[in-house]
Design a binder for this molecule. Structure first.
Ligand code: UDP
Ligand code: MG
Length: 317
């Protein structure tokens, strides 16, 4: 009997969890030929999420929960799930029903019958999302696909079903700054895309503010592309070249026409302008430096405070 592991990151999801649990139960009833494992990762919730998970675990043997010592973010929660999944097929699913559980039978069917390693889902539209957020999200996908070699699909959700081999590849990428959409693209493997209509969350509210998303997008770019660094270098070369031409021009003008130098204001403007560019470039380099700093510290991705999984050896990983 093949086993399916469902990884569910939960952060303050007390309102959505009952709906979600009912839905995955229904799906598992339909798919009787598979064994299920529900891995709930409580990402330091401040509400009753953990109590609800414990309740489920008490009456349902398939439920495994890991509770983090604080909020480590969805990426860390997914990584914990991957590391502890024991299924032949592994899927990540949000607890808010935005990743429709009823798609699961179709996804499993594709992996069983066709030559794919993973089935990923993509939102066809961004209905119900603020206009400004959609606009910036689209721009972000355009830019990152131009400047990185990881194939990142616009509207792709983290919801996907994978074979074990792909999960192992993902676990082997143990970087601290995780950007899953890029990691999925980077490891490669054959992926089939399933488009679906965007659904709004069933209860509770989104954990992503505009600012959080903005920082996440910068993470994505810095993690998967060195183009900003190249741009900074070429910008430096260009500025030096322009300055060199200007110096020659000014010298010649002085020697040939004996023109006195005028324009204090324009000089100051140029100095400030160049200073600004230098700071900007330093900032870009600093972004990469900060990432290196975090990587070399080799801190654990997450810390588990409580779990019902026996002999959980890699507690802090
Ligand atoms: N989540 C998490 N840790 C966080 C933020 C979110 O585990 O720090 C979980 C959350 O509980 C949900 C999923 O990640 O199951 C997606 O979050 P959300 O619905 O807020 O994001 P959106 O769907 O709006 O992109
Ligand atoms: Mg959601």
């Amino acid at each position: 009997m093949k086993k399916i592991s469902l990884i569910v990151p939960c952060y303050n999801e007390e309102a959505a969890l009952p709906f979600f649990y009912r839905a995955i139960n229904e799906v598992s009833q339909i798919m009787k030929q598979y064994e299920f494992e529900f891995i709930f990762v409580d990402d330091g919730s401040k509400d009753l999420t953990l109590n609800i998970l414990k309740e489920y675990a008490d009456r349902d043997k398939r439920v495994v929960y890991f509770s983090f010592s604080r909020n480590f973010g969805k990426e860390a929660a997914m990584y914990a799930g991957f590391k502890n999944a024991t299924g032949d097929y592994v899927a990540v699913m949000d607890a808010d029903m935005q990743d429709p559980p009823e798609l699961l039978p179709k996804m499993v069917d594709i992996l069983e019958k066709e030559e794919y390693d993973s089935v990923a889902t993509r939102r066809e539209n961004r209905q119900g999302e603020p206009i400004l957020r959609s606009f910036f999200a689209r721009k972000f996908y355009k830019i990152i696909n131009k400047i990185s070699d990881a194939d990142i699909v616009d509207g792709a959700r983290d919801y996907r079903l994978m074979k074990k081999s792909m999960v192992e590849a993902i676990i082997s990428m143990s970087e601290q700054n995780r950007f899953s959409k890029g990691i999925y693209g980077w490891v490669g493997f054959k992926t089939k895309w399933l488009p679906f209509e965007n659904v709004e969350r069933v209860a509770g509210k989104t954990k992503w503010s505009f600012w959080k998303l903005f920082k996440y997008s910068i993470d994505g770019i810095v993690n998967f592309s060195q183009v900003p660094l190249d741009m900074v270098s070429w910008g430096g070369v260009l500025c030096t070249f322009v300055a060199f031409v200007m110096i020659i021009f000014i010298c010649l003008r002085k020697l040939i026409f004996d023109d006195p130098v005028v324009g204090w204001a324009s000089t100051v403007c140029i100095v400030i302008f160049i200073g600004g560019i230098q700071l900007l470039c330093l900032g870009v380099i600093g972004q990469y430096l900060a990432k290196i700093y975090m990587e070399v510290k080799k801190r654990p991705h997450y810390i588990v405070r409580e779990t019902n999984r026996k002999n959980e050896s890699k507690k802090n990983s």
